[in-house]
Design a protein around this ligand. Structure first.
Ligand code: ACO
Length: 345
């Protein structure tokens, strides 16, 4: 049986080994898809898209530009920001809902492009919450002393799985990638930078509220599934909307409680960028004013698990949080899966 003394020592040691941010980076395709262009593709309007979602434009991959390309570009920028060579990366955790292939993982393909040949690499599948899941997993592995650093990437080519004849989904999503290199040794208990707390939760009973019915092992792609457009994302927008607000509110409160903080202690909230109305409802319920809310959905749309690391990189680059300030990040998406993290920068 583990003695109390041993437990205390181990907890203290763990408190000095939290993941902390050593560098961040983002990558988005050059091609901009505007609301005006979408007006010509489906029965929609710039006014509807802006008022119902907050999106003005999104980035879309060029032919031949893939998830691993975006991931490697974002990852490379995070490594440069940290001053770390690819060969010194220990672990790559990559979240995506749009893997380039079903086998092998996109993390493996990204590792090769990066030249991080010494690292272990694997994918995480938790839709829009995937990057926060990746961060929580990496933090645990760093604390367990399995690795010294971890490159956590969220990369999505949503344009590959979106039906551009379906106006209820095609206006919402965009492509992009964001990355953070986590180092171990964030001594948060003594005021150092790093992860103060993480939270993850899932409700698989609602899997079909947001899913791609065909293209996996249960319903392989055939000419019939393709003609019925079953390989593309289907979602029950209104139900997902309501659940997103409630789940991110609850998860935010849980993670704040774990960190021993209240919302007033947070300098900036970085919510998943799915819909401006979801973000505003969440902010109202949490009691967060516009000044403490990071929003970039107007420029990128919903980039699924890339949305939070893209935002985090912009926040760091624009010095929107003072040194030692804290951010609350929270996300929700297909699964249904959601999660949050509190990070001292
Ligand atoms: N342009 C014009 N009209 C449209 C469009 C469009 N692009 N899309 C839908 N409409 C119409 C509908 O057909 C409907 O018309 P009707 O009343 O005649 O039937 C009307 O607008 C209202 O439709 P709703 O679905 O009720 O619209 P809502 O206000 O709920 O907005 C939206 C839809 C934007 C999808 C919203 O529900 C939403 O954002 N949901 C959550 C999305 C989300 O967060 N997903 C999770 C993350 S994604 C991931 O995990 C990969």
């Amino acid at each position: 049986m583990r003695s109390q003394a041993a437990g205390i020592i181990s907890d203290q040691k763990q408190a000095q080994r939290q993941g902390f941010i050593r560098g961040t980076g983002l990558a988005v395709p050059d091609r901009v898809l505007t609301n005006a262009e979408l007006e010509k593709m489906v029965d929609t309007s710039d006014e509807w898209i802006r008022t119902r979602s907050g999106i003005r434009e999104r980035r879309i991959c060029a032919d031949g530009e893939d998830t691993a390309d975006l991931a490697a570009r974002a990852g490379s920028k995070a490594l440069s920001d940290a001053g770390v060579e690819p060969i010194d990366v220990d672990l790559i955790v990559l979240s995506t809902a749009t893997p380039d292939h079903l086998l092998p993982s996109t993390a493996c393909e990204t590792q090769a492009r990066l030249g991080a040949h010494r690292a272990a690499a694997f994918d995480v599948s938790a839709a829009c919450a995937g990057w926060l899941y990746g961060v929580a997993i990496a933090d645990g592995l760093l604390k367990a002393e399995l690795f010294e650093n971890a490159l956590v990437i969220g990369a999505e080519k949503m344009s590959a799985i979106i039906d551009y004849t379906d106006r209820s989904t095609c206006v919402l999503f965009g492509d992009g990638a964001g990355a953070a290199l986590l180092g171990s040794g964030g001594d948060v208990a003594n005021g150092g930078t790093g992860l103060l707390a993480t939270h993850m939760q899932t409700d698989g009973r609602c899997a079909q509220m947001l899913w791609r019915p065909a293209g996996g092992a249960a319903m392989p792609s055939t000419s019939e599934t393709q003609s019925e457009r079953l390989e593309f994302v289907k979602q029950e927008g209104r139900d997902v909307f309501k659940r997103a607000v409630l789940a991110m509110e609850e998860s935010s409160r849980i993670v704040l409680g774990k960190a021993g903080m209240t919302i007033d202690d947070i300098d900036l909230v970085i919510p998943h960028q799915a819909n401006i109305r979801i973000i505003e409802s969440l902010a109202k319920r949490l009691g967060v004013d516009r000044e403490r809310l990071y929003i970039n959905i107007d420029r990128y749309g919903n980039t699924s698990s890339a949305s939070i690391p893209i935002a985090l990189d912009e926040v760091r680059r624009n010095e929107m949080v003072p040194p030692g300030g804290t951010v609350l990040m929270t996300a929700f998406g297909g699964g249904l899966a959601w999660g949050s993290a509190v990070l001292r920068l």
